[in-house]
Write a protein that binds this ligand. Structure first.
Ligand code: ADP
Length: 592
């Protein structure tokens, strides 16, 4: 990204605060220009001293000029600080606007897309990427303007008094900077930085992989060497850093010698220009000025060169932010329509996940009527979860329609759809809150009695009984530990309390014990009463009583019907059932 487009992009988040940014740039430039003015007063002071020597009591302007030199130095610093204040206010506001806009946009995305980006990534964009723009706007941009003005002001100073001495002091400085440029010149540095960041990134990634795998390595008694990639990434990094350092060495030596030699060059030139050691006062004055000023030029220019211009970090941050902002939000109907009943219908629905080329659901049509349970079965990866996600409008299909009561889900409106559907997924999220509040999510104004009733109907009595603080026990990652089945029963209680007419269930695959499995099953049955239910079934026993079983394979529904119909048909379901029966007897004989 060019600097201009980067800045205009940043300014698009600035609103009226853009003027503060512009002011900060102007102030930084003025501060730079003023920073060389004190040297003019020093020159005046030297002049006076030489003129009146040795009777220094005749000095009239010496003190005034001294104060002026100090005054301009202080003014330059104060203006710089004022500039930084402006730039910081603007930078914080811009970062805040980026954060607000990204969070607001993320909230409008289809829930499926949000899950796919991952909440961790959204957090990183909101926190880190927005933060990266802050440093750039608050420090680097004003410093860049200052760095552009300073050399000009310095060159003016160098040629103002004696152009010949100006040239003499420019030669070694120019040579020194040529050496420096080959080291950190924008293109060279960028190439090196890319390799460097790449090597650093690889090393970090491999380090994470290494830490994650430590337990496996220990269990299998492997040595560190088994982490070849980690080791290789460290070696690549080390090789690069050493090579780069050695490459810089000769240039750095040349730079130091050339900039320190500025002094000597100046003396040689002065002797040559004057043809000996007999100098006029005027020349001596200029010479002294250059002796003071020249070493400062190289120090200041060095600082400019070293001033980080980490535009590429901001580009990376902006493209991550854009990555989220450019995602299509979930459309909202201008006039929401009310479904006639709670029949859910898939009509030739095809859906392909972003950045994949095969549809996960391919031309699927079926109907779920109120008061019935429709079960989805099929091998893993056949598209069952995707169908469930489409039924909750976690995604919109690319073609075909998902309808409730004859109305396309896109026309129902997110709010209303949220009231109509409940989902209980395998990974049922419990929030870091009390048990009561976790259940209450289903109905914010629920009384304690209603919560207890929902928990009872979801077969959670045993869970409540064993919790020390009952309904007030903290749940979530740092709270009470509950097994998968127990967590799912609480999620069922939540759905029970919400009492929505459409329910989507993803049966948990792993149960700690048969008791849990039985209770979850009972809770499911109780929740399913009189609703439109879609259930992803992982065990065939649980689907036997379903009103309709859709067998999925490779994104399509290959057969559907009741258990008995499908068995009679002798197709895929019958084979699955056979295998299932055999696995049961195998287990039993295995135990005995
Ligand atoms: P099931 O629930 O039957 O195991 P899924 O609906 O999860 O099947 O997956 C159907 C297909 O879609 C699989 O090929 C899977 O790899 C793919 N898939 C699922 N989720 C995503 C995703 N977020 N991004 C890309 N592909 C996905």
């Amino acid at each position: 990204m060019s600097r201009d487009s980067r800045v205009s992009k940043l300014m698009s988040y600035a609103g009226d605060h853009r003027y503060l940014t512009y002011a900060s740039l102007a102030l930084s430039g003025i501060s730079s220009a003023l920073s060389v003015v004190p040297f003019y007063y020093i020159w005046l002071m030297l002049k006076e001293v030489l003129e009146i020597a040795p009777d220094y009591s005749q000095a009239v302007n010496l003190v005034h000029n001294g104060w002026m030199a100090l005054g301009f130095t202080v003014a330059s610093v104060l203006i710089y600080i004022a500039g930084l204040m402006c730039s910081h206010i603007a930078a914080f506001r811009i970062a805040k606007n980026i954060r607000k806009r990204t969070i607001a946009h993320a909230a409008t995305l289809p829930p499926g897309a949000f899950d796919m980006i991952g909440s961790g990534k959204v957090r990183r964009v909101v926190q880190d990427s927005a933060g990266a723009t802050e440093t750039y706007l608050a420090h680097q941009m004003p410093d860049m303007v200052g760095s552009a003005v300073l050399p000009v002001a310095m060159i003016v100073m160098l040629f103002m008094f004696d152009w010949r001495l100006g040239i003499a002091s420019m030669i070694p400085i120019a040579l020194a900077f040529l050496a420096m440029w080959t080291m950190v010149g924008s293109r060279v540095l960028q190439e090196h930085m890319e390799v460097y960041q790449g090597a650093l990134g690889d090393m970090n990634k491999e380090a994470v992989e290494y830490v994650r795998g430590i337990s496996v390595v220990k269990t299998f008694q492997q040595t560190i060497d088994s982490f070849r990639n980690f080791r290789a990434s460290i070696e690549t990094y080390q090789k690069f850093v050493v090579k780069y350092t050695v490459w810089c060495r000769s240039r750095m030596v040349f730079f130091v010698i050339a900039s320190d030699l500025a002094f000597a060059t100046l003396i040689l030139f002065a002797l040559w220009i004057q043809g000996g050691l007999v100098w006029t006062d005027e020349f001596l004055l200029d010479f002294m000025f250059y002796v003071i000023f020249t070493p400062l030029v190289s120090v200041l220019l060095m600082r400019i060169l070293m001033a980080s211009n980490e535009g590429y970090i901001v580009d990376d941050a902006l493209s991550r932010i854009d990555g989220i902002l450019s995602m299509e939000p979930l459309s909202e109907p201008s006039e929401p329509m009310e479904p006639a009943d709670m029949t859910v219908r898939f009509d030739d629905v095809t859906f392909t996940y972003p950045e994949t080329d095969r549809p996960a659901v391919d031309g699927v049509s079926f109907e779920m009527r109120p008061g019935t349970v429709t079960a989805l079965v099929g091998p893993s990866g056949s598209g069952k979860s995707t169908v469930a996600n489409l039924a909750c409008r976690f995604w919109d299909p690319q073609s075909g329609r998902v309808e409730v009561g004859g109305v396309d889900l896109r026309e129902v409106g997110t709010r209303r759809l949220g009231q109509l559907t409940s989902s209980v997924f395998q990974v049922s999220n419990l929030f870091k809150d009390t048990l009561a509040n976790n259940v209450r999510l289903g109905k914010p104004d629920a009384t304690e009695d209603e919560i207890m009733e929902a928990l009872r109907r979801a077969q959670c009595d045993d869970i409540v009984a064993k919790l020390s603080a009952g309904l007030d026990t903290m749940m979530g990652p740092e709270g009470m530990y509950l097994s998968g089945g127990e967590t799912q029963r609480i999620a069922i209680a939540r759905a029970m309390l919400k009492d929505s007419p459409i329910v989507i269930l993803d049966e948990a695959t792993a149960f700690a014990d048969p008791e849990n499995e039985y209770l979850v099953q009972k809770a499911f049955e109780s929740l399913a009463e009189n609703r439109t239910v879609l259930m992803i079934a992982h065990r065939l026993t649980t689907v036997r009583n379903a009103d309709n079983i859709c067998v999925m394979d490779d994104g399509r529904i290959v057969e559907s019907g009741t258990h008995d119909e499908l068995i009679a048909r002798g197709g895929m379901y019958a084979r699955m059932w056979d295998d299932y029966q055999r696995s049961l007897s195998w287990k039993v004989s295995g135990v005995s």
